[in-house]
Design a protein. Structure first.
Length: 145
């Protein structure tokens, strides 16, 4: 019940993200979600795509350093407080949230959240018991129809 996230190291200088996105465009890779965190010399670009393996191959061939990490993807109401239930459930059950980023899709009144937690299995169990809908990699395209 996870989604594959690709993390890519980009040098922190003008034009690097542009070049990266041109590579994705050239290879018909559609980003579904993206997060960019910077450090002094490099940035970490995290992205969700439909086919993580094919994307990782394209990146490797182009000389990018990247990795694939299983993360959780959850559905939540797109309204004030929609995130509270998820955070409370995780916190009350001792699941540490390392980072998160959100995205929207074509489904009205819903948002989606990518979660990186210390223990995916425990988080899946906790969220499931609290009625939070998680989705898998193969369900990604359905969000954008």
């Amino acid at each position: 019940m996870t989604v594959k996230q690709i993390s890519v190291f980009l040098e922190n200088k003008p034009g690097q993200l542009t070049e990266f996105t041109k590579l994705l465009e050239k290879n018909h890779i559609d980003m579904r979600a993206m997060s960019l965190a910077d450090a002094e010399d490099f940035g970490i670009l995290r992205l969700i795509v439909d086919d993580a393996y094919a994307t990782a191959c394209v990146l490797k061939e182009a000389g990018y350093v990247s990795s694939i990490t299983p993360v959780l993807a959850v559905e939540l109401p797109d309204q004030p407080g929609g995130l509270v239930k998820i955070l409370e459930a995780l916190g009350q059950n001792g699941v540490n949230l390392e980072y998160a980023y959100a995205f929207t899709a074509r489904k009205k009144d819903l948002a989606y959240l990518i979660l990186r937690v210390a223990d995916n299995d425990k988080a899946i169990e906790v969220l499931g018991k609290n009625g939070v809908k998680l989705f898998c990699q193969h369900e990604l395209p359905d969000l954008f129809e």
